[in-house]
Design a protein around this ligand. Structure first.
Ligand code: UD1
Length: 419
């Protein structure tokens, strides 16, 4: 068990380079299963979720190497069609391997993805779409047994909600299907465009990117290629939240402001200065933050659910009262009780939280409840008076590469301890 010890109250300053996006790297790693040839991916963050995806790839017979942010993967001799339950349980996004393995081999066996830290995460839209494409799916004792006795065919799929995971699974399955697939009401997150670009580099025919309608013309075979994964917009939002709460000026190299429209709008309302370059953000919080208009999490281009917790940490120090409504997941306020231990004034009712900013937060011993909730506690601890101890760091490591090194480089007093 590891924990972070943070002595808060220091302003942050300096430059950092934003890591590659976890939410893009994971479906792109799954997509490597589609290629007959070697893929070389760069800007891959060293995260426990990435290692979990690589273990799944290895278990399928994909040859992989990972060092210094570069993954090489060769799925020419893919030999397995099933993913062990233990590997599926490690990471929810393991479900995107379903579309990829089906497309490549015509069959797949895996269990429902595990855990449930944010509330129920059904996959009914994924399965309905795959059935429309000719996949026969039997569910037995928590296992999904999928076959395609008559091949996988393109289809017109109208998603009832722009699900990120379902859009990715359909794109992966459609890349090698017979004929054209059209996804209406597709997710528009920038990671969808990144996946489409990567598939096209392997020889796929995907158009529509993040437009809400994705068209995929199936091809017979995909080949190896080189690709660099997009920067992580949620990490960028987290670092800005910390700087807004603690005060300071930071430069985020590699960050794409265009992907952060709704988030940067909130920081500007809070009185922060957000300067935008093509692949850089200059962020300055010279005065304590102010309360902001209502924030409601929504599919992209709305405010991202993943940034809700870190931004809430900033609002705990904002002058006035702010309201945050979470519409994507039913159980995504688990950081609230932990923030309260640091002196935050937050009242929740159902999916709405009312945050009244406090002049001061105080160091406390807190437990990361989930990945982004844990990052929020780090942001609050950096802005709090006195020492905090954040335990359950393993959850934060799922999405942030050595978070303590990043913040220490910005002048924070933060270290990791083994218990
Ligand atoms: C979601 C986020 C994504 C984020 C990721 C990790 C949205 C829209 N998606 O992606 O930005 O990076 O979590 O935190 O913000 N649903 C169903 N049936 C399905 C699939 C989804 O009912 O088959 C529902 C879910 O219960 C949830 C919503 O749709 O309420 C969000 O789904 P989805 O986008 O699929 O979630 P993720 O892919 O996990």
């Amino acid at each position: 068990m590891q924990r972070l010890i943070i002595k808060g109250g220091k302003r942050l300053g300096g430059e950092l380079t934003v890591q590659g996006a976890k939410n893009s790297a994971l479906p792109i790693l799954a997509a490597c299963v589609l290629a007959s040839g070697e893929v070389r991916l760069s800007n891959i963050p060293a995260l426990s979720d990435v290692y979990a995806a690589i273990r799944i790839m290895n278990s399928l017979g994909v040859k992989t190497r990972f060092s210094n942010g570069v993954v090489t993967a060769d799925a020419s001799d893919i030999s397995q069609v099933s993913v062990e339950e233990e590997l599926m349980r490690r990471m929810r996004s393991s479900i995107v391997f379903l579309g990829a393995v089906l497309a490549r081999t015509g069959e797949c066996r895996l269990s429902f993805p595990g855990g449930c830290e944010l509330g129920p995460r059904p996959i009914d839209m994924h399965l309905r779409a795959l059935r429309q494409m000719g996949v026969v799916i039997n569910e037995k004792h928590g296992e999904l047994i999928c076959e395609s006795p008559h091949g996988i065919r393109g289809a017109v799929i109208n998603l009832p909600f722009p699900s990120v995971g379902a859009t990715e699974n359909i794109m992966l399955c459609a890349a090698l299907a017979e004929g054209e697939t059209v996804i209406n009401n597709a997710a528009r997150e920038p990671e969808i465009d990144d996946l489409g670009r990567f598939l096209n580099k392997m020889g796929a025919r995907v158009i529509g990117g993040s437009s809400g309608t994705v068209r995929i013309k199936g091809v017979k075979k995909l080949h190896g290629c080189e690709y660099s994964v997009m920067p992580d917009r949620i990490c960028a939002a987290t670092f800005m939240s910390a700087a807004a709460a603690a005060g300071g000026e930071i430069v985020l190299n590699g960050a794409r402001a265009a992907d952060l429209g709704a988030v940067n709008e909130v920081f500007r309302q809070a009185g922060c200065i957000v300067g935008e370059d093509r692949d850089r953000i200059f962020f300055s919080a010279r005065t304590p933050p102010r309360a902001v208009r209502n924030i409601t999490t929504l599919p992209y281009p709305g405010f991202p659910t993943d940034a809700q917790a870190p931004v809430m940490a900033m609002l705990c120090k904002a002058k006035g009262t702010s309201v945050v409504t979470e519409t994507i997941f039913s159980s995504r306020f688990r950081h609230v009780d932990e923030l309260a231990r640091m002196g935050a004034d937050i009242k929740t009712e159902g999916r709405t939280a009312v945050i009244t900013g406090a002049d001061k937060l105080y160091g406390a011993s807190v437990v990361a409840p989930d990945l982004r909730g844990g990052a929020a506690l780090v942001c609050a601890a950096l802005a709090a008076d006195g020492e905090s101890c954040v335990s359950n760091v393993e959850l934060i490591d799922r999405g942030y590469e050595r978070i303590e090194k990043t913040f220490a480089a910005l002048g924070a007093d933060i270290k990791r301890e083994n218990r």
